[in-house]
Design a protein around this ligand. Structure first.
Ligand SMILES: NC(=O)c1ccc[n+]([C@@H]2O[C@H](COP(=O)([O-])OP(=O)(O)OC[C@H]3O[C@@H](n4cnc5c(N)ncnc54)[C@H](O)[C@@H]3O)[C@@H](O)[C@H]2O)c1
Length: 283
């Protein structure tokens, strides 16, 4: 089946970016979220981004109009039924995702592949909530989805080869570089490596081994990373980082995944980023 129409569930940070990439790559997009207000906000955000690209000479007005024309936002779930491929990027909550996959699988065509952009939930568990788990896989984009090249394609327990092949084809058509994650494990590849790295950086700072600024500097200049671990944790949101650490700790049960106390304290205090205008928050 030729994939022409891509459904995107959730119009938040990731859904909006994914809808943008899909439309830019020539797919028709059905963008769904719970309310017209959320969708209006999301489309306004996208328009502002496109206008910025036009003003910087990176995009023509015609190309921007084409992108916007290809996206059809709707708060009616049924508009997703004609999709040839659906990417779920709703809130990270297992019950919400199970409900979406249950409903989607009952209304799309038999051959339609359904993927989830979850960062941490088991693909197999989400797939089991659908009526066709062999057509379900993980398709993990990175933020910002418009910019980041990598897509992790994750096999759930039931995912068939043809499904993986289709996800690879869609990712490539979107200009992405897919990698295959052969087993459905927490964090897949990137976050499995990233989370202990962030945690170790926070523990180094807790122990007073080096300042936050110097740890970031060390990683940028010593390993050539574009961002240090604290900048990256800030960018992702400390509450998000904490919840992934807690999830890993629960799943693997190993102390190396236990969230650092400093991170717990900051999130409990409502600090979702360490950085303020003067620098990083003390802790
Ligand atoms: N933000 C990141 O850096 C990042 C990176 C990779 C993957 N992810 C994953 O992408 C998904 C979305 O994350 P986000 O950062 O875009 O979150 P977000 O909070 O920005 O957006 C989530 C959207 O889901 C919508 N939503 C809630 N319930 C829904 C439902 N029942 N049906 C449809 N939409 C619903 C919300 O209205 C909201 O617009 C999560 O699974 C997250 O783990 C996030």
């Amino acid at each position: 089946m030729e994939i022409r129409t891509v459904g995107v569930v959730g119009a938040g940070t990731m859904g909006r970016g994914i809808a943008h990439v899909a439309a830019r790559s020539g797919f028709k997009v059905r963008l769904y979220d719970l309310t017209p207000e959320i969708l209006n906000n999301s489309m306004a955000n996208l328009k502002a981004l496109l206008e910025k690209s036009i003003s910087k000479g990176r995009l023509t007005k015609e190309a921007a109009d084409d992108i916007l024309e290809r996206i059809e936002p709707s708060s009616d779930f049924n508009t997703l039924s004609e999709s040839d491929f659906v990417i779920e990027a709703a809130v990270e909550n297992i019950d919400v995702k199970k409900d979406i996959f249950d409903r989607l699988s009952k209304m799309v065509k038999a051959e339609t592949v359904l993927v989830t952009n979850t960062s941490s939930i088991s693909i197999t568990e989400i797939a089991k909530a659908s009526t066709k788990p062999e057509k379900v896989a993980g398709m993990h984009f990175f933020n910002p989805a418009e910019v980041m090249k990598l897509v992790e394609v994750i096999r759930g327990y039931y995912t068939e080869d043809q499904t993986v092949k289709t996800v690879f084809e869609v990712a490539k058509k979107m200009g992405k570089e897919p990698i295959e994650v052969k087993r459905d494990t927490p964090g897949f590849v990137v976050n499995r490596l990233l989370i202990p790295f962030l945690s170790e950086a926070m523990q180094l700072a807790e122990e007073g081994v080096a300042s936050i600024e110097d740890i970031d500097k060390a990683i940028k200049l010593g390993l050539n990373h574009p961002m240090g671990p604290f900048e990256l944790a800030d960018f992702s949101g400390l509450d998000v980082v904490l919840s992934v650490m807690e999830y890993f700790y629960g799943e693997f049960g190993k102390s190396k995944y236990a969230p650092p106390l400093s991170l717990k304290r900051l999130v409990a205090a409502g600090r979702y980023g360490r950085k303020n205008k003067k620098g990083f928050y003390e802790y």
